[in-house]
Design a binder for this molecule. Sequence first.
Ligand code: BDP
Length: 603
Amino acid sequence: MLKPQSTLTRELISLDGLWKFGLVTGDLEEERPWARPLSKPLECPVPASYNDIFVDRSIHDHVGWVCYQRQIIVPRGWSQERERYFVRVEAATHRGRVYVNDTFVVEHIGGYTPFDADITHLVKPGEAFRLSITVNNELTNMTIPPGSVEVLTNGKKKQTYYHDFYNYAGLARSVWLYNVPNKHIVDTTIVTDVQGSTGIIKYTVETSESVSSEQVEISVLDENENVVAEASGAQGEVRIDSANLWQPGAAYLYQFKAQIKSAEEQLVDTYSTATGIRTIGVRGNKFLINNKPFYFTGFGKHEDTAVRGKGHDQAYMVHDFQLVDWTGANSFRTSHYPYAEEVMEFADRHGIVVIDETAAVGLNLAISSGLFGGVVTPTWSPDYCNDQTREVHAQAIRELIARDKNHACVVLWSIANEPSSSEEGAREYFEPLVKLTRELDPSRPICFVNVMFATYDKDLISDLFDVLCLNRYYGWYVNMGDLETAESKLEEELLGWEKKYGKPMIMTEYGADTLAGLHSLHDLPWSEDFQVRFYEMYHRVHDRVESMIGEQVWNFADFQTSIQIFRIDGNKKGIFTRDRKPKAIAHVLRERWTKIKAQWEAA
Ligand code: BDP
């Protein structure tokens, strides 16, 4: 799936800004808010989650539909005969419907992946139309992530979910209006390889209408915009002598330019894809990038800032990448959903390695039942994660790969975070999803992220994956405050995994809630001093276990969660506060990861 682009043959208009906004308090089909201008609307910024924008608690806690609306003018110069027009919604969390004036155009379920609405037949160049987007934030067992909604005795809806971040909703990413020529490039797929000093780009270009192979022209441009290779045909291979490789910490991007030409050699359509040439692979217990063993350092992150919620924000994006670089980190995981595509592009340009994750989080009823001593409700059952949930999950995998397959920064797909992988039914649920992921992208290794109580002796699915990703909280949720016991338990467990599987292992989460500014002579939990000791302990263990190929701390920054007994204004495991001030641990990580980075560069 191509991100809309402004090129010689395509125009792109941003629809970001202030939209009219209102809650839908009754039945959507009865209220039909799209059918007329919203009455007494609020104004809501796009992109932004709407929850924290307004002072009204009923908006913050709203469960159900909202409506965004604005007037749009189709440019006068566009042509209905020669072009098609689309509205692209980068994210409507979790379900979005697009309407042009009175007409429903498209619905999309899945809050973190984009969709297009073809509106060509509904609008005319030079004319205005009313664009409405209704968005629903309800999580059920038919959504990824799953959840449940109940109607309370006071008639209000209450949302429950089993993941540890606030269920921000709305239009948190950009909305675009764009056109493409009737005959256009629908998709490109790029896989790279390296032979000696030659870079190889294997490609497929999909077009809206069939075109002869001479009509598809490919050129590859280097960073100085020199053409370094050419080819023709919708499918093939281009070779670049003495190629500059895309390396962690030293990105190099070629532009893969695909063009459709008419029989008279006129340009019909053109689209460029930023392409990093690199190889990835798993050999024994090592993870190789460009044939060199790679050690992941960095973060589990969130899209989360004050006021905006999950709203994409360029200032925070650039600043966050500055902080990633400042700590010496080389990677992050898009915990626990696909991030804005701008983030992936930035990582491509700056050589930051990404573990790209679907929104499959909270597929685990044992976590909540276990903590509160309640009856454990089965996770893999008709009432919770059932066949339909799995089909929605499969679709989430398809959409993630369709969107992100060409990003050089993506080296590993994570298809779920902390599912109940030791519970009966887990294998039956995951086997088809693993198969699907491998079919969709045979070029990348895959993983899921394992929860702490599904230890190597209990987990039922780890053999299906290439890399073992472990979230462990010894010293925090277990052995709270006792780092000595935690150290031996952690080491014992990691050695158990190593012995059983011999696969590369990444600590994808480890962390302790820490109140910035709290200090303790006795290194007591919640203090900055404890957080430092906690990480020092883990790092001693990581350095002793051969198969460890990486560590991503939990979390980059403090972030908002739902109301929970053990959360005070959110999760405080950040290395940075929510407004990105470093806690003491930031300096400790910086020292360690800067050394690891220097070792990689010297190797
Ligand atoms: C893990 C989850 C993560 C939580 C974290 C925590 O993967 O989303 O935020 O625990 O409790 O179980 O801090």
